[in-house]
Design a protein around this ligand. Structure first.
Ligand SMILES: Nc1ncnc2c1ncn2[C@@H]1O[C@H](COP(=O)(O)OP(=O)(O)OP(=O)(O)O)[C@@H](O)[C@H]1O
Ligand SMILES: Cc1cn([C@H]2C[C@H](O)[C@@H](COP(=O)(O)O)O2)c(=O)[nH]c1=O
Length: 320
């Protein structure tokens, strides 16, 4: 992956985000992606201090605007110190809550208004937006029951059900506004069912974003037909071109294979199998003659087969 991938997890309190984030981390790590797990408010030393301040039950006198600005301040630090560098390093960033939380909690439930919240957060984040947001769709009363059974309840979780209902409705509206970015996950399902649902959503999104690859394989003419047969048997889309190498001016065959990202390994295995470099005995064309002037064929060992392969990202793909 050349650039990072930013996923946020959103939902009413206790909807199961933290639980699923750990599974998602394992999912990406098993696929070989470097992953950063983080949360809001928090994710930095400064952000964690702001978190304590906001969620502390003792801070009853905190004004709504103060709260909104504190969330945005923690986010500004988080984006610049942690999220952007990780994305630039090509990491998958999994973030428990982001700007959408401010839109629904402060913008809707605290009635500050969506636009003001969008404005301060645009300033805080420089307009950074997730590639994918998983919205954990669970009615607030269910989530709050789960939170309460876990023990300590913070200043936001302590708010009346009516407040959390507004948060929930805010998420429903946001999802309808950004249907490509925000995908709902059914929070009423079991932990395992949710894990499977999330994997499906993520795989689909990864295919959308990084999906198509073009494999260009330049192979020896001798291997071309068996390679073509094997690729088509395995349902790969192939175009075969007769080409000429620039250096030796010898004929070869170039295959253009359009494929999904997760099929590239299979294509490479087929190419390796059908185009293996091997030794072959050939008759030397050199005019070796003795004193008799008779042409003596001279066997020599040559390397045949092999392939030169390029795997290229496909930015756009049209069939006209
Ligand atoms: N699918 C599920 N079904 C039942 N209980 C669940 C499910 N997922 C998580 N839980 C439990 O619900 C509680 C809250 O889960 P979790 O901490 O993952 O939610 P959260 O969305 O991260 O909460 P918060 O918004 O408070 O950070 C935990 O006790 C967890 O074990
Ligand atoms: C980022 C963000 C969070 N909140 C609220 C949502 C939760 O009630 C708490 C965070 O606690 P969690 O256990 O990590 O879910 O803060 C908010 O109101 N606005 C925000 O921007």
């Amino acid at each position: 992956m050349e650039k990072g991938f930013f996923i946020t997890l959103e939902g009413t309190d206790g909807a199961g985000k933290s639980t699923q984030m750990k599974y998602l981390k394992t999912f990406f790590e098993e696929k070989g992606y470097p992953v950063l797990l983080t949360r809001e408010p928090g994710g930095t030393a400064i952000g964690e201090k702001i978190r304590e301040l906001i969620l502390d039950n003792a801070n009853e006198e905190m004004k709504d605007k103060t709260e909104a600005l504190l969330y945005a301040a923690a986010r500004a630090q988080h984006v610049e110190e942690v999220i952007l560098p990780a994305l630039q390093e090509g990491k998958v960033v999994l973030c428990d809550r982001f700007v959408d939380s401010s839109i629904v909690y402060q913008g809707e439930a605290r009635s500050i208004g969506r636009e003001s919240i969008e404005d301060i957060n645009h300033f805080a984040t420089g307009g950074l937006s997730p590639n994918l947001t998983l919205w954990f769709d669970l009615p607030p009363e269910e989530g709050l029951k789960r939170v309460a059974s876990g023990g300590k309840v913070d200043r936001l979780e302590k708010e009346a059900l009516h407040f959390h209902q507004k948060v929930y409705e805010g998420y429903q509206t946001l999802k309808n506004k950004h249907p490509h970015r925000i995908k709902a996950v059914d929070g009423k399902k079991s932990i395992d069912e949710m894990r499977r649902e999330i994997r499906g959503i993520v795989i689909k999104k990864l295919k959308e974003v990084y999906g198509m690859k073009l494999v260009i394989a330049i192979v020896n003419d001798e291997d071309a037909n068996k390679l073509l047969d094997s690729l088509t048997e395995n349902r790969h889309r192939v175009t075969k071109l007769a080409t000429t190498g620039g250096f030796l001016k010898a004929g070869n065959t170039t295959f253009l294979i359009g494929t999904e990202d997760d099929q590239v390994d299979q294509v490479m295995d087929i190419i390796k199998d059908k185009c293996e470099t091997r030794k072959q005995v050939a008759t030397s064309p050199a005019p070796v003659s003795g004193t008799t002037g008779v042409y003596v064929p001279h066997p020599i060992e040559v390397n045949v087969g092999g392939a030169t392969v390029f795997v290229v990202d496909v930015e756009k793909h049209f069939k006209i």
